[in-house]
Design a protein around this ligand. Structure first.
Ligand code: SF4
Length: 395
């Protein structure tokens, strides 16, 4: 049973200080709170999110979203991706069929130039393909679908309210055919259930014909408290033979919810290999023209650290350079936010001025990286996440 709690919101857009490197979005927007997809592992149950009521039944409906969104968009000074949906609520959960908050939001977004990056486990997103296609033609659109099971048996146990595997694949297929970028969030893979060779091979086989722009696998985190307790209750009913193993894997009760170090090491060594033909993160070529260059550089440096770390490279110098860059540009941005008279593009001019001179090397403390990023900033070259090479933009 779903109980809807209608609320009026004052703001529809939350601004990130810098773009989030996971969703590659600089703004966030959500029509609902909590989620009736009722995934057994949902992070939204964790106390830190303060979601009141029964997570999968008490859904907050931000009924005036469209009006507030239209007003908020007028006030934004920079075009950058708006991230819709997250790991703790789904914009296309079942009540959207009647509420149509996303439909109205998409109508508003289709009249503007903001790129959108949407995350969902529901094929209901297909209803609005006409509008998202228009968004794609203007600012750009990326559909990210979370998919971890190749077949529906376990999917029904762990994601009872979400769309079937076939429906989600169909959504990916249709958006890709419509010219949108699509990505697969292959998380969380469940130890001994969906992280198995059999499931991973089958998933790669099912995704190959669709050719998603990226496939991002991730392991299961269980934060101590409500999230972990709920998952264990589902596991006890469906896979009692795995309880002991899960107790061991999550025995440390880490605040992050991470499994044991040994499991994470094994996961990192084993899982990405099944998907080596796909980009492991949203590729640079997709997001590069959808945001100001200062944010593109921030996302790129974050992604480079992940990519090289995954290949066993020592990334401490790169991460330190990224930290200094983020600190510098965040301070510049604070100043920009305070001074409403500064025109859009101010921060990119500040960046290019610095990158032209020796201050760039000083900030990054790394000559090779400084030269590499100059090719991105001034020559608009593109970094390929599979070959790890920088080259001219295609097409
Ligand atoms: S679809 Fe996402 S937000 Fe909804 S219950 Fe599942 S994991 Fe949570």
């Amino acid at each position: 049973v779903t109980r809807r709690h209608y609320v009026d919101i004052k703001t529809a857009i939350r601004k990130e200080a810098l773009a989030d490197t996971f969703s590659v979005s600089a703004y966030r927007c959500s029509p609902y709170g909590a989620c009736a997809h009722a995934c057994a592992y949902c992070d939204g149950r964790a106390e830190k999110y303060h979601v009141e009521g029964e997570f999968a039944s008490d859904i907050t409906v931000r009924q005036n979203l469209a009006d507030v969104l239209a007003r908020d968009l007028e006030k934004l000074r920079e075009i950058a991706p708006i991230g819709i949906g997250s790991g703790i609520t789904d914009a296309y959960q079942p009540i959207e069929e009647e509420e149509r908050l996303m439909r109205r939001a998409a109508e508003i977004l289709a009249e503007r130039d903001f790129p959108v990056s949407l995350m969902t486990k529901s094929s209901l997103v297909l209803r609005d393909l006409d509008l998202w296609r228009r968004v794609n033609q203007r600012g750009g659109f990326i559909l990210m679908v979370s998919l971890t099971f190749a077949e529906d048996g376990d999917r029904e146990v762990f994601e009872p309210g979400a769309s079937s595997v076939e429906e989600r694949l169909e959504a990916l297929r249709a958006f890709k055919e419509a010219g949108c970028a699509v990505g697969v969030l292959m998380m969380p893979l469940l130890p001994g259930i969906s992280d198995t060779t059999e499931n991973l091979v089958a998933l790669a086989d099912r995704l190959r014909p669709i050719n998603p722009d990226f496939v991002m696998p991730g392991s299961l985190t269980l934060r101590p408290g409500r999230q972990k307790a709920h998952f264990f209750s589902v596991l006890a009913r469906s896979y009692p033979e795995l309880l002991e193993r899960y107790r061991d894997l999550y025995a440390k009760e880490l605040v992050s919810g991470n499994p044991s170090w040994a499991y994470r090491q094994d996961f990192a060594r084993r899982v990405p290999g099944f998907f080596s033909e796909f980009n492991p993160l949203q590729p640079h070529r997709v997001y590069r023209d959808r945001m100001p260059i200062y944010n593109e550089i921030h996302v790129l440096m974050g992604h480079m650290a992940e990519l090289y770390r995954d290949r066993g490279v020592d990334t401490r110098a790169l991460e330190a350079a990224h930290g200094r860059y983020a600190q510098w540009i965040t301070a510049e941005k604070r100043n920009f936010n305070r001074r409403r008279s500064l025109p859009p593009g101010t921060l990119d001019r500040t960046l290019t001025d610095l990158a032209r001179g020796s201050g760039w090397e000083e900030l990054l403390d790394n000559e090779r990286l400084a030269a590499f990023l100059r090719r991105v900033i001034f020559d608009r070259e593109v970094f390929d996440y599979l070959s790890l090479e920088l080259g001219p933009a295609q097409g």
